[in-house]
Design a protein around this ligand. Structure first.
Ligand SMILES: [Zn+2]
Length: 94
């Protein structure tokens, strides 16, 4: 009878242990998926706001991509040139 009780207790302990480990594995998997998708805080470039000016323009000096509204613009139409900062503009014009 005592052996029977010990067997039940061992089974319960083992079951609890397995469930705890399985919970850790599931949590790790969820975190893995979250980080692969991009997490809870995606960058503005990856998730454009509808209606906002999010057309990405490339800085002709350093190649940085930024929304058009954040760029310094020179020229018009097809001849437009964009700079990410005044420093990049100076580098081109100097
Ligand atoms: Zn630049």
């Amino acid at each position: 009878m005592t052996r029977y009780l010990i067997g039940i207790i061992i089974s319960l302990v083992a079951l609890t242990f397995v469930r705890a480990v399985w919970g850790i594995i599931q949590k790790a998997l969820v975190d893995e998926v979250k980080s692969a998708v991009g997490g809870d805080a995606p960058s503005p470039a990856a998730k454009p706001v509808p209606g906002a000016d999010t057309t990405l323009r490339r800085c002709v000096t350093c190649g940085t991509y930024k929304p058009e509204s954040a760029m310094l613009r020179y020229g018009a139409g097809d001849k437009s040139r964009y700079f990410c900062s005044a420093d990049c503009e100076k580098k081109v014009n100097s």
